[in-house]
Design a binder for this molecule. Structure first.
Ligand SMILES: *Cc1c(COP(=O)(O)O)cnc(C)c1O
Length: 423
């Protein structure tokens, strides 16, 4: 045992500290187990009610007419998420693509998109036209954009939202997860409050939630709390670590029918779209997702606890309510931030020998450093960490297919930081 720890670069004192931090969390872990149990029930019921069988895993080619694996996967997602309908596609390349599809499917020239949770995720800013001048952005299609900041304590500003709503508002948009911001994820109650405010003003305004990183972290999904549409990536929570690519859009049948025109072509919609590999990893990954999300959350709590005990600032605190799987930690200077991200790479099952460096990433406005020693490229449901290189040098840690791996990651990180501090 001791030899294996040494082989991974783990110091004895770091290992002991992490085990000790873990003991602080046993009660909080019971709450996570209860959420996992409830979500596993939902997913199992959805699969049984659709009578999932081997034939649903079969690949298809060409147009993919009557692709039973594709169409049934849509219904499984819809049922488990409490939605009328869903589009789940390997061919939607990720969350950004799915969100852009959703917005461009629902918005027409002259409509206004109102973002009520501050600036949306970095990669969406060019797609909407908030930054840059990308050809074909929503702005170029004469979609207006406006934004309401969150309050100082990270809550939707209901009063300001009420004032911002107007006769052109077509979508009220929320990002559930913190993304790369020092704030907590929006709670289901926050989402319900926004939806109530918006619907009180005009029932026809569509409430869209960027649900990336939020799936299965709580007992409900945002559509069960007043939202019309939720969107997320399959290489995050709902793919369970097995989905090799893809994204989903789920919500009201009416909205989905508008969005499916953009997915392929207006008039053709969801009837086409094949997948030449097996659908099995999408089903199996969704089945595993409640468990993998729970493993990720426990890992995030452990990282928080370890760094709290080291006197560092964390968001959320180790035992706080969680509505996404991300753990933010402030390092205060670029050097220790970079050392931390590199330690997560070092603790990975894939590409452990790579040393991540800050880089200009497409769609991001600052240099970003990422540790992603993952089986699926960029999959952040696997243990990974990223950080934009900007003050106050915050790392965002997420994922872990198994809690045991998350714990090893914390041990390696702590060992590296100890070494670093001592010079
Ligand atoms: C990851 C993420 C996105 C973008 O998804 P990609 O799959 O990286 O394109 C959007 N919003 C949030 C909150 C995310 O976490």
């Amino acid at each position: 045992m001791n030899d294996l720890y040494t082989e991974l670069g783990i110091q004895r004192e770091a290992a002991e500290e992490v085990f000790s931090a873990e003991r602080d969390l046993s009660q909080a872990f019971e709450r996570i187990d209860a959420i996992e149990g409830a979500n596993q029930l939902k997913v199992l019921c959805a699969m049984q009610s659709e009578g999932i069988a081997l034939r649903h895993f079969a690949p298809t080619t060409g147009y993919g007419y009557d692709d039973i694996g594709r169409d049934t996967l849509d219904r499984v997602y819809a049922k488990a998420f409490g939605c009328e309908d869903a589009l789940v596609r390997p061919g939607i390349s990720g969350g950004t693509h799915a969100l852009y599809l959703t917005l461009s499917g629902l918005l027409l020239p002259g409509d206004e998109l109102l973002c009520v949770s501050g600036k949306p995720y970095d990669t969406l800013q060019q797609a909407i036209g908030i930054s840059g001048n990308a050809y074909g952005s929503l702005k170029q299609f004469n979609v207006k954009y406006s934004q309401v900041e969150l309050t100082e304590d990270g809550k939707p500003d209901i009063k300001a939202i009420r004032q911002a709503l107007n006769k052109h508002t077509r979508i009220a948009y929320l990002q559930r997860s913190r993304g790369y911001a020092w704030r907590n994820a929006l709670t289901l109650e926050d989402i319900q409050n926004v939806a109530n405010t918006v619907k009180e003003y005009d029932k026809r305004i569509i409430v869209v939630v960027d649900n990336c990183y939020g799936e299965f972290t709580q007992l409900k999904e945002p559509v069960q709390c007043g939202a019309d549409i939720i969107v997320g990536s399959l290489i995050k929570n709902p793919g369970g670590g097995l989905a090799p690519t893809g994204a989903y859009i789920a919500g009201s049948a009416e909205c989905i029918s508008m969005i499916e025109g953009r997915l392929t072509a207006p008039g053709t919609g969801r009837e086409v779209g094949s997948y030449a590999a097996s659908y099995a990893p999408f089903y199996q990954g969704f089945f595993l997702a409640p468990h993998v999300v729970a493993q990720s959350i426990k890992s995030a709590m452990l990282f928080a606890r370890v760094f709290e005990r080291a006197g560092m600032d964390t968001m959320p605190k180790s035992t706080d309510y969680r509505s996404d799987i991300i753990q933010a930690v402030r390092f205060g200077d670029a050097e220790s931030l970079i050392a931390f991200i590199q330690s997560i790479q070092k603790a990975s099952p894939v590409d452990c020998m790579a040393i991540p460096q800050p880089w200009d990433m497409p769609g991001y406005t600052h240099q970003v450093i990422m540790a992603a020693g993952t089986f699926v490229q960029g999959a952040s449901i696997e243990l990974s960490a990223d950080a934009p290189i900007r003050e106050p040098y915050t790392a965002y840690i997420q994922g872990a297919l198994t809690y045991a791996h998350g714990r090893i990651g914390a041990m390696v990180a702590l060992s590296e930081l100890n070494k670093y501090k001592r010079g």
